[in-house]
Design a protein around this ligand. Structure first.
Ligand code: NAD
Length: 375
């Protein structure tokens, strides 16, 4: 069976779905791997490196896609790509199933079996396939570097002949995978870090990274199934905004990462809160694409409001394509190990990972939430 590695066509997407070292492992297992010419170019993996790993390079995209058993990619396929897939073939990719349910419908109409890597269950067994975690770690790290490069101040405390510099104060809102990586990165740069999350369970993780946990007790359950945050009531949102307002006002940098799966991102930083911040302060909003955690965020733009710079970066993992691709590819390889038995696909829906992740097969949409989103 042939696995095809796609060249990404999405504007700004620099990642690639498999890297040469991992292609070599698939080839060793007896699988054929075809690579679209230039697939790894933007992440600095050359065609020669893939060839050396045992892959065949294809200049003809239609031929590669049309003959592949499995197509591996990063960004959801566009219409012109979906039309290249043959009935019964498999796509493994990020598919944004709740954000772009119409793409899922088109894949079902094409009778393609599609796996949305965002829907890998958050279980210990699936941890090594969890692309949301691997890519969120990249985003959390890069968010802090962007903040440090934008801030008109040092992050660390410096004692110099020219006087002593106080460390920057960083406030991380949302301490999931991206938030924890942001805390660790800001600490490594020497900042004094505070963090907040509505899930009380993260307190210890925050403290173990050397940050102070800003504790807020809400009168409702904040944790949903699978350990995710629940969407909280408007009243609780208001209360948290009031309680974190002082910390936001005193911060040199605020990194927001709060998300609730399938929902618009919660508003954590209001315009009034931004107005109270110090001129020169920086906000990096990692939820920009989901509507933003800050009222002033514009996705894909840097805006300055009363001297406060608000960055709304999109697709940050793509800005670090070498390691983001390496981690994504490792997630894909581990997933392929459970999907493929030696060299043949084994669609075992009794396996919760396969069952959860497969969004379309045989012309049907398998995921109830995607079907609801289309109604
Ligand atoms: P996420 O990207 O969905 O959300 C980021 C953070 O925002 C979360 O910590 C969430 O609690 C927080 N948040 C939501 N609403 C908020 C609000 N109003 N105010 C402040 N914070 C808010 O989360 P994630 O990083 O993908 O992780 C979510 C959960 O999944 C965590 O419990 C994590 O430990 C768990 N997880 C498990 C595995 C695994 O077992 N394989 C892997 C990764 C993550």
């Amino acid at each position: 069976m042939r696995i095809a590695l796609a060249k990404e066509i999405e504007v700004g997407e620099r990642r690639v779905g498999l890297i040469p070292d991992l292609v070599a492992r698939l080839v060793k297992q007896g699988l054929e791997v075809g690579v679209e010419a230039g697939a790894g170019e933007k992440s600095f993996f050359s065609d020669e490196a893939y060839e050396k790993a045992g892959a065949t390079i294809y200049d003809d995209k239609a031929k590669l896609w049309g003959e592949a058993g499995i197509v591996v990619k990063v960004a959801p396929p566009k219409d012109e790509e979906i039309s290249l897939l043959h009935e019964g073939s498999i796509v493994i990719s990020l598919l944004n199933p709740l954000g772009k349910p119409e793409t899922i419908q088109k894949l079902a109409d094409r009778r393609v079996t599609a796996f949305a890597m965002e829907t890998i269950p958050r279980t210990s067994r699936a941890q090594s396939m969890d692309v949301l975690s691997s890519q969120a770690a990249v985003a959390g790290y890069k968010a802090v570097l962007l903040a440090a490069a934008t801030a008109p101040k040092f992050f660390p405390m410096l004692t110099t002949a020219a006087g002593t510099i106080r460390p920057a104060k960083v406030f991380v809102m949302g301490a999931g995978v991206a938030g924890l990586q942001a805390i660790a990165t800001a600490r490594r740069l020497g900042a004094v870090v505070e963090a907040f999350d509505i899930r009380p369970a993260v307190k210890e993780e925050v403290q173990s990274l050397g940050a102070k946990f800003v504790e807020i007790k809400l009168d409702e359950d904040t944790v949903a199934e699978g350990g995710y945050a629940k969407e909280i009531s408007e009243e609780s949102k208001k209360r948290t905004q009031e309680l974190v307002a002082e910390t936001v006002a005193g911060a040199d940098v605020v990194v927001t990462t709060a998300q609730v799966p399938g929902k618009k991102a919660p508003l954590l930083v209001t315009e009034e809160m931004v107005a109270r911040m110090k001129p020169g302060a920086v906000i990096v909003d990692l939820a920009a694409e989901q509507g933003g955690n800050c009222a002033c965020t514009e996705a894909g733009k840097d805006v300055v409001v009363n001297g406060v710079t608000v960055l709304g970066p999109i697709n940050l993992p793509s800005s670090m394509p070498v390691h983001a691709s390496q981690m994504y590819a490792k997630n894909i390889l581990t997933f392929l190990q459970i999907l493929i038995d030696k060299t043949e696909v084994n669609l075992n829906f009794e396996d919760d990972i396969i069952d959860n992740t497969c969004v379309t097969t045989g012309g049907e949409i398998r995921n109830a939430r995607v079907r609801e989103a289309l109604d």
